[in-house]
Design a protein around this ligand. Sequence first.
Ligand code: CP3
Length: 365
Amino acid sequence: MEHSFEPLKNDLLLRAAWGQVVERPPMWVMRQAGRYLPEYHEAKGSRDFFECCRDPEVASTLTLQPVERFGGLLDAAIIFSDILVIPQAMGMHVEMVDKKGPHFPNPLKSPTDGQYQAVLERDVEVADELDYVYRAITLTRKKLAGRVPLIGFCGAPWTLFCYMVEGGGTKLFAQSKTWIYRYPEETRKLLHKIADICVEHLALQVKAGAQLVMVFDSWAGELGPSSFQKFSEPYLAHIAQKLPAKLESMGLDCVPMTVFPKGAWYALDSACDLGYNVVGMDWLQDPAAAVKVRGSRNVVFQGNADPGVLYGTKAGITEAVEQMVKGFWVGNKGWIANLGHGITPGVDPDNLKHFFEEVHRLTKS
Ligand code: CP3
């Protein structure tokens, strides 16, 4: 059953994501609901991170915090959840360790490990397992009351695969590399399974009320051009290809899709052909050079200031915004202003406000 929500008062993000000419670039930032906000800590209290994700009331409150703080400066909300809810739905245990990040007590060790077979063969009831995400989205849409669109998301198959075999963050990627170079076929099987679950999870988020979806390939940059082509791209393309058909079969309208292959600067050209409306990029890309690579293709870019600039001065932030505007903002279309990765703890929220105000000021027509 489809929900009825209040009409959107600000649909700038959606119009820009479809490639339309707009009055100014929409703006939001990755991880805008998070630890740099004092109100985040207050609302979270002593709750565990995943407990917050599983409680629709808490998750929607956290999602709305930046919208409330920054008012008209922010053009989107992103649902408070995590990419690791998919491995959890696949039967893996994941904890969030304070100040350290995610931890899987039992990562997948090798294809002969019984757990690999179990994960591969498990029939995942996505609608049941991740029902709490959908309830959080529906509740958030109600609370937003049309102020800004709500973004849904998932992790890319390659990035989720890395977490599932590494068991957490890593610098070496020793397990991930062992899998792709020793067990390429078994790796592909798992990537395919994850990709199908991503399609279903994104479709159910749209059904619940998400108005744009984004796929985070945070570890894309750990692959090189040829391994990216083998182990990431086909699965990103699979999602972009299957999601519209899936939505249609559910009687739902298409939504814009964003892909963020972080660090894969070498793949920018092919990322523009993956079937996504929007390609996110980090600060390793030069805006003007990226626009040249895109050429006449109808793809919108999202990004890409170094999040670290927010630790600096207001003048430094202005300079970073100027560089983005100069490179990305051509013909009043094709750009969604954002950072090149998530905003980090310890940033002064006033500096983010300055970032938004400068995007506004420097793109006023
Ligand atoms: O505001 C938003 O962007 C919405 C919520 C959101 C979170 N995680 C909340 C979160 C989103 C979109 C994510 C995506 C996510 N999660 C990614 C992709 C984006 C990226 O950063 O590359 C990844 C790799 C994860 C996995 C993850 N979750 C890690 C590695 C960590 C720990 C490190 C870190 O940056 O905190 C998390 C925890 C997490 N996810 C927090 C939040 C607000 C911090 C939890 C806390 O300690 O309070």
